[in-house]
Ligand binder design. Structure first.
Ligand code: ADP
Length: 308
């Protein structure tokens, strides 16, 4: 495939800085599986390979937020995260945004893949002082899919979950005409009772979260070690990452036990907090993909309120 010329020349400049010698791109082959950006495995004349993604239309801030997230996730050394080589561009056709990182080939999940991922995730969620700040939130805003994810810090977890997660997505969905029927009012009822619903939430936090841990955002490397990509990091509660992993599938075998042994998973998670944390991602899906997720969002809110 042919890379946009401004991306190719900026990438070569970044590679020269990274490798300490001039480097030209010999080939670029498309990599599938992403949701937003064209991406490629790039091979240089020196025989090195890298992973590159670019986008002529989305804000370059998206890639800068991803750099910030990958670097934060890599710091505790809990799980493998690709090393960032560089990012740039201005998000226009003439000068598309781009992000270059270490290429980590996909391997096969060994029998203990789920266990390794569970232990790594528990270690990530136990990282001390993530982001060098306190409270729930993050030092910068980022993105969930292509939507803005604001991270202004809050001292209390229920306040953060209300103000920065559920409420903005519900407002956006309503502005787009969703949840107009009588059943849709259950969402407002849930939001108004969040202090009660989340009275015991917040144990073990704030924890560094991946923030968008669907199955496309982790995979085994050639040694069978889990790799994390494409994060939407902030300091939250670890159960949020667990809930996202379970939203459209199930945990890899052994993950639950390994995570539970290290950090514990409280019974409230099973009882209603999985639904509470999945609700954010369901609302995001309503806003990204439309009405197909409205029924699931309402059912989740109804199940939660039935417990109170
Ligand atoms: P998008 O921003 O479009 O969602 P992703 O970051 O999810 O793109 O990447 C798209 C796909 O590329 C992933 O599903 C994965 O298979 C592959 N990929 C992502 N990062 C790397 C990497 N560092 N090395 C090798 N393959 C990668």
């Amino acid at each position: 495939m042919t890379l946009p010329p401004p991306v190719a020349s900026s990438v070569e400049a970044a590679l020269e800085q990274h490798l300490g010698r001039p480097s030209t791109i010999e080939s670029a082959s498309p990599v599938g599986g992403g949701c937003i950006n064209p991406s490629a495995k790039v091979a240089t004349d020196t025989g090195d390979t890298f992973f590159l993604k670019w986008n002529p239309s989305s804000s370059p801030d998206m890639f800068h937020a991803e750099v910030d997230g990958l670097q934060a996730l890599g710091k505790p050394r809990a799980l493998r995260v690709p090393e960032v080589i560089g990012a740039g561009g201005s998000g226009t056709r003439e000068n598309p945004g781009w992000l270059l990182m270490e290429f980590i080939p996909q391997g096969r999940p060994g029998p203990d893949y789920g266990r390794r991922l569970g232990l790594g995730l528990a270690a990530l969620h136990s990282a001390v002082d993530p982001g060098g700040e306190t409270g729930y939130g993050w030092g910068r805003d980022n993105f969930i899919g292509s939507l803005d994810q604001a991270n202004d810090p809050r001292d209390a977890w229920p306040t953060f979950w209300h103000d920065l997660r559920l409420e903005p997505q519900l407002r956006m969905a309503r502005d787009r005409g969703h949840f107009r029927g009588r059943r849709g009012q259950v969402l407002e009822e849930l939001l108004s009772r969040l202090d009660e619903v989340m009275a015991t939430a917040g144990e073990g936090g704030p924890a560094l979260l991946h923030g968008d841990l669907w199955s496309g955002n982790y995979y085994p490397d050639s040694e069978g070690d889990p790799v994390l990509i494409d994060p939407a990091v902030y300091r939250g509660i670890g159960e949020v990452d667990l809930a996202m992993m379970e939203l459209f599938g199930s945990f890899p075998r052994g993950l639950w036990e390994a995570y539970h042994d290290k950090r514990g998973i409280p019974p409230e998670y099973d009882a209603f907090r999985r639904d509470l944390y999945q609700l954010y991602y369901l609302l995001v899906h309503v806003n990204l993909f439309g009405g197909g997720y409205v029924g699931g969002s309402i059912s989740a809110a109804e199940r939660i309120l039935r417990q109170f």
